[in-house]
Design a protein around this ligand. Structure first.
Ligand code: PGA
Length: 250
C-alpha cells in the first residue's frame, strides 16, 4: 500500500496577517505536486487571510495548536469549533516548543488529539527525544511512551487518518538534520508501535513525518524512505525553498 506523502509547513510565531497573504501568494505556484498533500500550519490570526489567499490552490491551511475544551472561560485559547468554522482540516498537536514553553504534557496532547478527531480535524501529533535521551539510548522507549499516551482512547479508524511528526528536539531549528538512517529507524519504530496498539492495517495507513532542519537538499533522501511519509518543516517553509521540498521527487 502506498501512502500519499504529506508535507506541512510550521510557521511558528512568524508572519503578520498581511505577510501571511504575501507568502501564500508567493509560494502558491511553487508548491504544486499532485503526489503530495501540502499543508501550511499558520498562527491563529493568519488562518482566515491565509485561507482566502490559498483559495483555488492545492494548499490546505492548518493550525499550530488548539484547546481541548469546547468553549468558555479560557482566555486566549482557540476552540476546535473556531478552527472547523474557519475551514481548518489539520492541527499540530504537542509540538516540542509547546511542551517546553507552554507546559503541554502527554496528557494534554491526548485530550487535544481526541478533541480534534471529535471535530473531524486531523491532528499532526508531534513526538521526539532530546539529545540527552538519544545519548542515553532511550530514544525508542521514550517515543513509544509519547505515542501510547497520545493515542489513548483513539480508535483504529481515527488513528488510520492521523499524522505523526517525529521531530528530534536536537534537530529543530539547529541546522542539524538527523541522518536518514536515524530518521527512518525512529519512524519505522513508531509504525511498529502503532501496529502493537492497533493492528497491521492501521500501522500501514498512518502517515509519519520527519521534522527537524529539513531543507531542499535533505528532503529527497528523507522522504523516499519506506517509513517516512513526508515532513514537518519550520524555517524552510517560510522561503521559496519550500517549493523544492514539496517537489522532492521531481
Ligand atoms: P525546523 O523546525 O525545520 O526549523 O527545524 C521544524 C519544526 O519545529 O517543526
Amino acid at each position: 500500500m502506498s501512502r500519499k506523502r504529506i508535507i506541512a509547513g510550521n510557521w511558528k510565531m512568524n508572519m503578520t496577517p498581511s505577510e501571511a497573504v504575501a507568502l501564500v501568494n508567493e509560494l502558491k505556484p511553487l508548491v504544486v505536486n499532485e503526489d503530495v498533500d501540502v499543508v501550511f500550519c499558520v498562527p491563529a490570526i493568519d488562518i482566515i487571510p491565509a485561507m482566502e489567499a490559498a483559495k483555488g490552490s492545492n494548499i490546505c491551511i492548518g493550525a499550530e495548536n488548539m484547546y481541548y475544551e469546547e468553549k468558555g472561560a479560557y482566555t486566549g485559547e482557540i476552540s476546535p469549533n473556531m478552527l472547523v468554522d474557519a475551514g481548518v482540516k489539520y492541527v499540530i498537536i504537542g509540538h516540542s516548543e509547546r511542551r517546553e514553553y507552554f507546559t503541554e504534557t502527554d496528557e494534554t496532547v491526548n485530550k487535544k488529539v481526541l478533541k480534534a478527531f471529535e471535530h473531524g480535524i486531523t491532528p499532526i501529533v508531534c513526538c521526539g527525544e532530546t539529545l540527552t535521551q538519544r545519548e542515553q539510548g532511550i530514544t525508542i522507549d521514550w517515543i513509544h511512551q509519547q505515542i501510547k499516551i497520545a493515542f489513548l482512547n483513539v480508535t483504529a479508524d481515527q488513528a488510520k487518518t492521523a499524522v505523526i511528526a517525529y521531530e528530534p528536539i536536537w534537530a529543530i531549528g539547529t541546522g542539524k538534520v538527523a541522518t536518514t538512517e536515524q530518521a527512518e529507524e525512529v519512524c519505522a519504530a513508531i509504525r511498529v508501535c502503532i501496529g502493537e496498539i492497533y493492528d497491521e492495517a492501521t500501522a500501514e495507513a498512518i502517515r509519519i513525518q520527519y521534522g527537524g532542519s529539513v531543507s531542499a537538499s535533505s528532503a529527497p533522501e528523507l522522504f523516499t524512505q519506506p517509513d517516512i511519509d513526508g515532513g514537518l518543516v519550520g524555517g524552510a517553509s517560510l522561503k521559496p525553498d519550500f517549493g523544492k521540498i514539496v517537489n522532492y521527487n521531481k
